[in-house]
Design a protein around this ligand. Sequence first.
Ligand SMILES: NC(=O)C1=CN([C@@H]2O[C@H](COP(=O)(O)OP(=O)(O)OC[C@H]3O[C@@H](n4cnc5c(N)ncnc54)[C@H](O)[C@@H]3O)[C@@H](O)[C@H]2O)C=CC1
Ligand SMILES: CC(C)CCC[C@@H](C)[C@H]1CC[C@H]2C3=C(CC[C@]12C)[C@@]1(C)CCC(=O)C[C@@H]1CC3
Length: 291
Amino acid sequence: MATRSRPDLVPALEGVTVVFHCASPAPSSNNKELFYRVNYTGTKAVIQACKEAGVQKVVLTSSASVVFEGTDVKDGTEDLPYAKKPIDYYTETKILQEKEVLGANNPDENFLTVAIRPHGIFGPRDPQLVPILVETARKGKMKFIIGDGKNLVDFTYVENVVHGHILAAESLHKNSPVCGKAYHITNDEPVPFWEFLSRVLVGLDYEPPRYRLPYLLVYYLALLLSLLALLLKPFIAFKPTFTPMRVALAGTHHYYSCKRAKEDMGYRPLVSLDQAIERTVQSYPQLRRAE
Ligand SMILES: NC(=O)C1=CN([C@@H]2O[C@H](COP(=O)(O)OP(=O)(O)OC[C@H]3O[C@@H](n4cnc5c(N)ncnc54)[C@H](O)[C@@H]3O)[C@@H](O)[C@H]2O)C=CC1
Ligand SMILES: CC(C)CCC[C@@H](C)[C@H]1CC[C@H]2C3=C(CC[C@]12C)[C@@]1(C)CCC(=O)C[C@@H]1CC3
C-alpha cells in the first residue's frame, strides 16, 4: 500500500491484524522533503491509522544503517546508539521512523510494534543494487577499489529479510521480548564488500574492479561533488554516482550481529550467500554484458 493519507489508510486497514510497514523512498532519490514526508510524517499517519482501524501489530522495515555514521561497525549489536550525525537524509529519517514505531509500542492497549533492520538487501529483479552496479560498470566507472578492499559488509538476500519479518510478526504478542525492540536481520555471512560486487559483476560477464584508490581521497571528492551538485541544482541537474554515503558503504566495515534475532525469535538465514548470488545473477539476463 503506497499511500501516506490517513483517511485512505483507515478503511484499507479495517479488519487487518498485522501491518508490515516497508515504504520508503529509495536512498538515491536524495530528496529531503520527500524523505520527511514519507518516512517521518507518513509513518506517524500509518501508526495513527493502525490505531483507529484496530490493527494490533506493526512490523517496520527499518535499516541497520540507523547506527551507521560512515565509520567502521564490526559485529554491531542493537545496543549501538542511533547515528548522531546521520550520513544522509535517508538515514536521518529512517532513525525518526524507527523511533516513532518503537515508541508507539503499548502492550496495555494491545498495540505491539517491532523493527527489523536489514542491511544491503538484494535478490532477483531488485531495481536497486545490481542495476546501479551494472550501470556504473557500463559507464566504465567500476574499475576502482575504494580503500584496501578488505572491508567486511553484510548483504542480505530478500528471502531472509522476509523470513525475519514473518518471525517477528509471529513473535509479537503480549509479554514477548520482541515488543518495542529492533532486530538486525542479515545473511549472517559478512563478506568483503569488493568481493561481493566482483562476484555479481563477473557473474554478469563484466570485469571486476582492480585498481586501488585511497578511501579518504575518494570520500572527500564525493563530498565535493555532492556540494557542487547542490550549488548547480538551479542551473543543471546531475546526480553523482559516487555519493559520500556510497563511498562510506564501499570503504568501511559494516556488519551486524543477528544474535538477538536468533535468541528472541529463532531466526536463521534460509538462503546462503552463495545460493543467493547465483539466483540473483540468473534473474538479470538483460543486464549481461553483450558479446
Ligand atoms: N534496499 C536495501 O538495501 C535496504 C532497504 N531497507 C528498507 O526496506 C524497505 C523496502 O525498500 P526496498 O526494498 O529497498 O525498496 P522498494 O522500492 O522495493 O520498496 C519501497 C516501497 O516504498 C514505497 N514508496 C516509495 N515512495 C513512496 C511514497 N512517496 N509514498 C508512499 N510509499 C512510497 C514503494 O511503493 C515501495 O513499495 C524500505 O523501508 C527501506 O528503507 C532497509 C535496509 C536495506
Ligand atoms: C558505485 C559503487 C561504489 C557502489 C555500487 C553499489 C551500491 C549501489 C550498493 C552497495 C551497498 C548498497 C546499500 C544500499 C543501497 C545500494 C548500495 C549502496 C543501502 C544504502 C540501501 C538502504 C539501506 O537502508 C542501507 C543500504 C546499505 C547498502
